[in-house]
Ligand binder design. Structure first.
Ligand code: PLP
Length: 408
């Protein structure tokens, strides 16, 4: 991992605007002129570096962001898309066709789960969902038809950690493509450096960080990105989940502060997780020693960016979880909202929101309890004050007793 710092890689890129602007000029065009018909033909054939054809394929603004995200993940290339799902679905459809099989973690974002469980079977693609933390179980699920191993670095919403190096060994042994959704852990983890073949992000979350757009990216080899964008057979080109240039220019500006934001998210989440665990609440945070994958996660992260901003607390019942979230919102401690990576803390009960696509019996099996609240911890300046105010809410609702507040 030496000599690789994802934030430095982003900073070392230098782009100027058309008139020497410190930001690259935004390409406000859907189509591009050619000085000769031959160049247009060659561009169609994919043989003309630096020429633009049509913005569903690529645009200068999108290519700037592609390059920055490829530099961040240490991959040869990248392709941004209009949403995270707009990156995930074409990537998987590019890799798999009728008769193929995917082995996927069972704790993944509800939309991805629904795509694999309900949608891809219509195309003859089957998925086996496994406990990704058990490498023997993962390997046992592989069949001669398996093409892809799919997981999230830190899973949504249970914060299970995938041992990417271990999974990469299995993938190589069986000639599979290891696809990792790194949405929860940008900068903290560099999956391609640990052996992932393809790294995906929902840019909607930490990378953009201002909850004003959806967006996504696939980071991979040049060959794979070219295949996604191929005018005759590329899933991204043909399904058309293209990001708009104005939006990619805006995501690019937000990307520049990602390193500062990630450090603050991580520090704040660590502070709260340690305190709430001491108070006796069932707290899940990969930075806690009690987290089942803490030791392995410690070896995976680029330490300066910490263990991330996601944490869960189990307050017993859905009714209590709802009461607490409403009270915290009333006290301006955050918003009762799905999504993550905002400057303000966001909280939701995943069983009834972001993971509601997962049937109840499967939620129970994977440990997704009713009273679970998922927190995306914000950039609060004074996290001690936040802790005390959150704790006061918990005491008011009899989730914690006042003795523990006096012990602080
Ligand atoms: N991956 C993860 C881990 C997510 O949490 C989400 C959305 O919540 C997605 C992918 C999908 O991203 P988007 O909503 O940008 O399509």
């Amino acid at each position: 991992m030496k000599n690789f710092n994802p934030a430095d890689n982003i900073q070392d890129l230098q782009y100027f605007g058309e008139f020497g602007g410190v930001n690259p000029s935004i390409s406000d065009s859907s189509t591009y002129t050619f000085l000769s018909a031959k160049t247009m033909f060659d561009t169609f054939e994919g043989n003309m570096e630096g020429c633009y054809l049509y913005s569903r394929h690529s645009s200068p603004s999108n290519l700037y962001l592609d390059k920055a995200l490829a530099a961040m993940e240490g991959t040869e290339s990248a392709n941004v898309s209009a949403s995270g799902m707009g990156a995930i679905t074409p990537t998987l459809l590019q890799l798999c066709g009728t008769g193929d099989h995917i082995v996927s973690s069972r704790t993944i974002y509800g939309g991805t789960y629904a795509f694999l469980k309900n949608f891809t079977p219509r195309l003859g693609i089957k998925t086996t969902f496994v406990d990704i933390t058990k490498l023997d179980v993962v390997e046992a699920a592989i069949t001669p038809e398996t093409k892809v191993l799919y997981c999230e670095t830190v899973s949504n919403p249970l914060l299970e950690v995938a041992d990417i190096e271990g999974l990469s060994k299995i993938a190589k042994k069986h000639n599979l493509t290891l696809v990792v959704d790194n949405t929860f852990s940008p900068l903290s983890v560099s999956p391609a450096r640990l052996g992932a073949d393809i790294v995906i992000h929902s840019l909607t979350k930490y990378i953009n960080g201002s909850s004003d757009t959806v967006g996504g990216v696939t980071c991979a080899s040049q060959e794979f990105i070219d295949s996604l964008k191929n005018v005759n057979s590329g899933a991204s080109m043909l399904l058309g989940p293209t990001m708009d240039s104005l939006r990619s220019a805006s995501v690019m500006k937000n990307l520049r502060t990602l390193h500062i934001r990630m450090k603050q998210h991580s520090n704040n989440a660590m502070y709260l997780a340690e305190r709430f665990e001491k108070d006796g609440l069932k707290t899940v945070y990969p930075g806690l020693e009690s987290h089942p994958s803490h030791e392995i996660y410690k070896t995976m992260i680029n330490p300066e960016y910490g263990f991330g901003g996601m944490m869960t607390l189990d307050v017993g019942t859905l009714a209590k979880a709802n009461e607490l979230m409403e009270l915290m919102q009333a006290k301006n401690l955050g918003y009762l909202a799905v999504s993550l990576g905002f400057y303000k803390t966001l909280f939701s009960a995943p069983g009834t929101s972001t993971s509601s696509e997962i049937p109840m019996e499967e939620q129970i099996e994977m440990g997704l309890t009713d009273g679970l609240i998922r927190f995306s911890i914000g950039l609060d300046n004074d996290i001690k004050r936040t802790y005390q105010m959150m704790k006061a809410c918990m005491i008011e609702l009899n989730i914690l007793t006042s003795e523990s507040v006096l012990m602080v």
